[in-house]
Design a binder for this molecule. Structure first.
Ligand code: NPQ
Ligand code: MG
Length: 370
């Protein structure tokens, strides 16, 4: 049995170095829920990827806290798992709320790995000690600002750039970036902002040498994505639509996407992500790891996942300074001269939460006994 003594949640607010804007909104601060599980003289950390409002998905920091407190902590307490891969089954009675489940499950994985002295990447079967880093560039006030941002990231050595698009911030913008950076691996992400009726715009994007088009249509619209995919030669990659291994299977089965952006938080945790990894590998579907403006805790977890076989494309895992001036955990992640982020080597996530930083950025704190 994994020793589980106490569960704590911390709500932190980390200022972003620059506002981050997508088709669904603009954030200046990363409001994040952190989960700590203590037991056997160690502690494990998990980060909930939900944000302050129900825009990217229906979950928020507050719904996640409620579900963790009232339902997941009691389920975990009764399950008494001997390995973190049993946590997913313990949480199965709760419908939905994948981000809440993932946060608590992640803390148990970290605790387990620290108690056994094994890096999380090794426990999961990672095959790399560094992963290729891409960068996601938000919607900017004007084209010149966008070109300046892209220039800066290219100069830093990121291996590919993903532009956030929406109706009215698409064709001209992408054409301009493509013209200025003809050889740059370039992707776009619409965060659900188009309808199938806007096929004309998407067909234009199809001619711009993009590596993929991420989540062009409504998150529930798998069939629409399959129809669109048959009209485009650029691969469609799904993000918001893939909320579970079941949904991943359905999407691949009907040809709604050829690539999957895998975010463990969005699909219900590490164990669910491993199921999708197996499914994708068996079908030769390339995976890459998406990002949710994670602190060092979530970023370290993403690195461990991205080190697995099947993760073949550059990730939305950037250096810490892409988002934050100062993080709650150390060490900060830096971009190597090869355009990669090296994995930390220590047990578990391989990062340490600094109590003084946690105090500085926390806005609320809860303790649950188990
Ligand atoms: C995506 N992220 O791939 C997401 C979406 C996203 C790095 O492009 C606050 C918290 C704001 C999480 C904005 C990237 C967010 C967020 C966008 C996630 O679609
Ligand atoms: Mg996305």
């Amino acid at each position: 049995m994994i020793p589980l003594d106490r569960i704590s949640c911390y709500l932190v607010e980390l200022p972003l170095v620059r506002p981050f804007e997508t088709s669904f909104g603009r954030e200046q601060v990363r409001r994040a829920l952190l989960v700590r599980v203590s037991g056997g003289g160690e502690e494990g950390w998990g980060e909930c990827v939900a944000s302050s409002g129900p825009w990217y998905s229906y979950e928020t920091v507050d719904t996640a806290l409620l579900v963790i407190r009232d339902f997941l902590v009691p389920l975990l307490s009764r399950a008494r798992p001997s390995h973190p891969n049993q946590v997913r089954r313990a949480f199965a009675p709760v419908r939905g709320h994948p981000m809440a489940k993932a946060a608590l499950e992640a803390a148990v994985w970290d605790l387990y790995c620290r108690l056994t002295g094994v890096p999380l990447a090794a426990e999961l079967g990672g095959v790399r000690d560094e992963v290729p880093a891409g960068v996601s560039v938000g919607i900017q006030p004007d084209l010149d600002s966008l070109l300046a941002r892209v220039e800066e990231f290219v100069a830093q050595g990121y291996r590919r750039v993903k532009l956030k698009i929406k109706p009215g911030w698409d064709l001209e913008v992408v054409a301009e970036v493509r013209e200025r950076f003809p050889d740059l691996p370039l992707w776009v992400d619409a965060n659900c902002a188009y309808r199938l009726e806007e096929l004309a715009v998407l067909a234009e994007l199809d001619r711009m040498g993009l590596g993929l088009i991420e989540q062009p249509l409504w998150h529930e619209d798998l069939v629409g994505h399959a129809r669109l995919a048959s009209r485009l030669s650029t691969p469609i990659c799904l993000d918001e639509s893939i909320t579970s291994p079941q949904r991943a299977w359905e999407a691949l089965e009907i040809g709604a996407c050829r690539v999957i952006n895998l975010k463990q938080g969005r699909v219900g945790g590490i164990q669910a992500a491993l199921e999708i990894q197996e499914l994708a590998s068996s079908r030769g579907v390339p995976l890459w790891c998406g990002g949710m403006l994670e602190t060092g805790i979530g970023r370290a977890l993403n690195l461990a996942l991205a080190s697995l076989p099947g993760f073949q494309l550059p990730h939305d895992i950037s250096a810490t300074d892409r988002y934050f001036r100062e993080d709650i955990a150390e060490p900060a992640f830096e971009l190597s001269p090869r355009g990669t982020i090296p994995l930390p080597r220590g047990p578990g996530l391989g990062v340490e939460v600094l109590p003084e930083r946690l105090r500085r950025y926390q806005v609320a704190h809860w303790e649950f006994s188990i």
